[in-house]
Ligand binder design. Structure first.
Ligand code: PHE
Length: 336
């Protein structure tokens, strides 16, 4: 088999093909079931073993060449006439395509809105891993060894000291390890808890962590920033209140309530007739957390807060089941 002969015959045949039909006949002559290239490829298996690699490479080269030459000649024979394309008559009676497109997930929309407000207040974005060390998720955050949330019942452990983060607070520690104050960040992300799942509990949900550290940061600063944020998100008439609470990594700690988005405080089904909705946890950064990252607690103070993105989206849109967010039902998602 003489490869060069096949190649020159091929070039001549293709050059001689004067219209698309003739070109197609050339294609069949070389690549068809009984074509010359096909025969070459078939012959390889009968050839002596030491010749096969060379024959294989040559046949393949010819095969690719045939395809390239055919495509080039086809482009010559059928000029792409843009004017002809645009001059084609349009049938105005055909049904229109529905023009629907994708959209951002309602949680992303909610997060973007929250992020925009924090951005305007001077918070920068930070992030950390969802697969986290026990050290960052618990130990550095001053959780005592026997704290119940360290339990398997509440936390997904991957190994003894690696877990799925149960909150975004580990990002506080990671960020402080890498930076010196003043710092003001939000850290959004997915978190995981080993929950009994129902309409208000999911095993995966989303938080935004906030952290502000400087000299002389006070609880008044915390209250001011939270009020400003909540009023921008839910309306300027929204009131907030602090209730004493406990978190190992803040002292003092608070639960933040806001007047109900649905009834403005008079009582409705959203707020369970109380007029108030629990919206986030917050507090002043515990000195032990500062010690864990090598900050001097006598020099710096700071506040932190954690707010659920799913919860905010539920309140704003009147969504009554947290499981809908990750169910990927377009009938639900399309509404936002
Ligand atoms: N990490 C806490 C939680 O998930 C929320 C929080 C963050 C509370 C920061 C106080 C300060 O429940």
């Amino acid at each position: 088999m003489d490869v060069d002969k096949i190649e020159s015959a091929l070039r001549a045949d293709i050059a001689a093909a004067g219209d698309p039909e003739a070109l197609d006949a050339v294609r069949v002559r070389y690549l068809g079931r009984k074509g010359r290239v096909t025969a070459m490829l078939r012959a390889i298996s009968d050839a002596p073993a030491e010749d096969r690699p060379r024959l294989g490479a040559e046949s393949n080269r010819i095969k690719i060449l045939v395809e390239e030459l055919l495509a080039a000649r086809r482009a010559e024979l059928v000029p792409q006439d843009e004017n002809a394309f645009y001059a084609a008559p349009i049938d105005g009676t055909l049904p229109a395509t529905d023009g629907s497109s994708g959209r951002r997930h309602v949680l992303v929309q909610t997060f973007n809105e929250m992020r925009g407000i924090f951005h305007g207040m001077g918070y920068r974005l930070a992030s950390g891993p969802e697969v986290e060390l026990e050290y960052y998720n618990f130990q550095s955050l001053n959780f005592p060894e026997e704290h119940p949330s360290r339990d398997l019942q509440d936390t997904f452990y991957l190994t003894d000291d690696i877990l799925l983060r149960t909150h975004t607070s580990p990002v506080q520690v990671r960020y402080m390890e890498e930076h010196t104050p003043p710092l003001k960040i939000i850290a959004p992300g997915r978190v995981y808890r080993n929950e009994a799942i129902d309409q208000s509990h999911a095993a995966e949900f989303h938080q935004i962590e906030g952290l502000y550290v400087d000299t002389d940061v006070s609880m008044a600063d915390l209250k001011g920033d939270i009020a400003l944020f909540i009023q921008q998100l839910f309306g300027s008439k929204t009131q907030i209140r602090f209730k004493p609470h406990f978190f190992p990594f803040t002292e003092p700690s608070v639960d933040v309530d806001m007047t109900c988005f649905g009834c403005a405080g008079s009582g409705c089904s959203i707020c369970g007739q109380t007029g108030w909705i629990e919206i986030m946890g917050a507090g002043m950064v515990h000195p032990n957390v500062f010690r864990a990252v090598g900050y001097d607690p006598d020099q710096y103070t700071g506040f932190a807060f954690g707010i659920g993105v799913d919860r905010v989206a539920m309140i704003r849109h009147g969504i009554d089941d947290i499981r809908l967010f990750l169910a990927n039902d377009v009938r639900f998602l399309r509404q936002f």
